[in-house]
Design a protein around this ligand. Structure first.
Ligand code: 5RP
Length: 225
């Protein structure tokens, strides 16, 4: 039986084939994406493939540069051909939860400016209904305790994400509130509600945003689209 990490690696390496010479490529964030970056780094060295990478986090930018990629900010490119990113949950409609690494704001910005998007996941991330994975919401630090109270009143079971006892800080200097919802019956209604809450920067519901999911599984790597 392959480990979850091996399945992530297989999905990441398979998705690297979606990148063609001359493309501008949105580069996601997370442990699965790290394997994608490794695979792309190998293609740069072995085959001399050249592409422009648009990172969704400082971590990805740093690692991409280390591997020899040309990295540009979203504001410095005209368009993105494809974005390849990880996900925390994916449902049969190709909707998902992202932000387990706290990078959902840049991830959504890069994804919405891409011609097409692909997610890379191991098969444990594929679910019938979204919501078991706590939904990450990036919020401004100022006033966040009031927001936590409002979310608790709405039954969202909010929890400020902590690292070593301190609030996790995003690349934009904001805070993450994780919502322990268990199941999300209407992701569109919830997305609207969260987007309309003052203080919310971006939530981790990615709806109608990806066209392909590359799934690393025990029986091989499969595509869902
Ligand atoms: C980061 C993300 C990641 O893509 C998501 O959390 C999946 O991460 P991993 O590949 O490490 O399981 O959304 O904000």
């Amino acid at each position: 039986m392959k480990s979850q990490d091996e399945l992530k690696k297989e999905a990441g390496y398979r998705a690297a084939d979606l990148v063609e010479d001359g493309m501008t490529v949105g580069l996601g964030t997370g442990s699965t994406v790290r394997y994608l970056l490794d695979a792309l780094g190998e293609r740069i060295k072995k085959d001399g493939v050249h592409f422009i990478g648009v990172p969704t986090s400082k971590r990805t930018a740093d690692y991409g540069r280390e591997l020899g990629m040309e990295i540009k900010s979203l504001d410095d490119v005209d368009q993105i051909d494809i974005t390849i990113d990880g996900a925390d949950e994916v449902d049969p409609d190709l909707n998902g939860i992202k932000g387990g690494g706290g990078a959902q704001t840049w991830e959504k910005l890069v994804a919405t400016n891409s011609k097409t998007c692909a997610w890379i996941v191991d098969e444990s991330k594929v679910v019938d209904q979204l919501g078991k994975f706590p939904l990450p919401v990036e919020v401004l630090a100022y006033g966040h305790k009031q927001l936590v109270k409002r979310m608790a009143d709405l039954g969202y079971r909010p929890e400020v994400r902590l690292v070593d006892g301190q609030p996790f800080e995003t690349d934009e200097g904001n805070i993450i509130i994780d919502l322990h919802l268990d199941q999300i019956d209407d992701p569109y209604a919830l997305a609207d509600k969260l987007s309309n809450m003052t203080g919310v920067v971006e939530h981790g519901l990615f709806l109608d945003m990806t066209q392909t999911v590359v799934i690393g599984g025990q029986d091989g790597t499969k595509l869902m689209n």
